[in-house]
Design a protein around this ligand. Structure first.
Ligand SMILES: Cc1ncc(COP(=O)(O)O)c(C=O)c1O
Length: 402
């Protein structure tokens, strides 16, 4: 152990660092979830979440992890044996596919190399071929947290429209919501899946579904069994500001604070901040002589960077050295990338000096772990951070409001 004082650096790609403002908000006394004060809280949250998801439709909040919100999206809209088109973009896309198969859905899983997002051309070709309209839904992971690759959802939507196919579009925004530009309504998404512990800066424990009118109408005839996840009871009670079962009241206090923080900064500024930190990180990786997992610059993730280890070096050994010596947690490689990559989370409540500390820990760790690399990654990132204004064209205006 290097030092036991100072704070731990939690630089996994979620759960992310929870800011003091949110911790403070969550420490308020729990209130009656069937009383008037709670109803005011819940109604305000609905309005706030609509701004975050960019929709005017309903958003359901579950006391669950993101996996629960995945299941809710599927069981509320589909029937046993329905065909679903899914894409092997990485570990999380594979887990969602496995869940859908276990629920009795018929999955067409388009294989992938875990270094690219969903190919919009394949979407169009697959849907065009589907003359009988057997495909009932597409399920896409917007930001593959296992690889640091972001799928171009607007482009996927365009190709669905070009094929004139009526399938529902479901998108997992678990590691992109409130970090990377996302537009539920404008992009014609039917169910957007989110959760609390990443861009929303909260602890784990809330799962989210934003629902389109088309998804709501599909839910009226969907026959997969459901009870806890049933939208109907959730939506009915939410009109009065309530839940059909006990909500995670204190996490909801935190959510109110998180939404206030995001709207104070402005979502565009939040996205610009994430994209700038991602670019600085990639410059560091390049200067170290290492490679990022994502192969298409149009698909670089703003919320995390996954880094390939040189042949013969174990990523988990490096992570162990960095944890023991510098008290920093980095993301492990998942599934078939175990040991081959490490992941740097740079999402949520994060700033330039936190990034500088993170990259410094990695650069020192690379040396201590005996990984062949070049020094100078931190310097490359810092050079970029000092020359590139935090919020691009909006920086002067942002300084004015502070
Ligand atoms: C893209 C993505 N989808 C789904 C999940 C599963 O969410 P949870 O672990 O909250 O159930 C994760 C978790 O990291 C994720 O990153």
């Amino acid at each position: 152990m290097g030092s036991i004082s100072g704070r731990h650096f939690l630089q996994i790609p979620g759960p992310t660092n929870v800011p003091d403002r949110i911790l403070g908000a969550m420490s308020q006394p729990t209130i009656d979830h069937r009383g008037p004060e709670f109803a005011r809280l819940a109604r305000g949250l609905m309005e706030g979440l609509q701004q975050v998801f960019r929709t005017s439709g309903p958003v359901v909040i579950y006391p669950s992890s993101g996996t629960g919100a995945w299941e809710a999206a599927l069981v509320n809209t589909l029937s046993p044996g329905d065909k679903v088109l899914m894409f092997e973009t990485g570990h999380f896309a594979t887990l969602w596919r496995n869940m859908a198969a276990r629920l009795g859905l018929d999955i067409d899983f388009v294989s992938g190399d875990w270094r690219h997002g969903v190919d919009p051309e394949i979407v169009q070709a697959k849907l065009y071929e589907d003359r009988s309209r057997a495909i009932k839904a597409l399920a896409v992971v917007h930001n593959e947290t296992s690889t640091g690759v972001t799928t171009r959802v607007a482009e996927v939507r365009k190709r669905m429209d070009a094929a004139g196919h009526p399938a529902l579009l479901m998108v997992d925004t678990i590691s992109s919501l409130a970090s990377i530009d996302y537009r539920h309504a404008e992009w014609g998404v039917d169910v957007t899946v989110g959760c609390s512990q990443k861009g929303l800066m909260l602890p784990p424990g809330l799962g989210l579904n934003a629902i389109s009118a088309k998804a709501l109408s599909a839910s009226k005839s969907a026959r997969l069994p459901k009870s806890y996840w049933d939208w109907e009871a959730m939506l009915k009670d939410s009109q009065a500001g309530f839940f059909p079962y006990t909500p995670a009241t204190n996490l909801l206090y935190g959510l109110r604070e998180a939404i206030a923080m995001l709207l104070e900064e402005g979502l565009e500024n939040v996205f610009a901040r994430h994209s700038r930190h991602a670019e600085a990180t990639r410059r560091a990786v390049k200067a170290w002589g290492l490679e990022v997992v994502c192969l298409n610059p149009e698909e670089y993730s703003s919320s995390l960077t996954a880094v390939m280890m040189p042949e013969g070096c174990d990523a988990d050994e490096l992570r162990k050295v960095i944890l023991e010596r510098f008290d920093m947690s980095l993301g492990t490689g998942l599934g078939k990338l175990k040991g081959k990559i490490f992941r740097i989370g740079h999402l949520g409540d994060f700033n330039d000096l936190m990034l500088a500390g993170t990259l410094s820990g990695i650069e020192m760790g690379l040396g201590l772990a005996g990984v062949p690399f070049r020094k100078g990654g931190v310097a490359a990132a810092l050079d970029y951070l000092v020359t590139e204004e935090p919020y691009g064209d909006r920086s002067a205006e942002m300084r004015g409001v502070q």
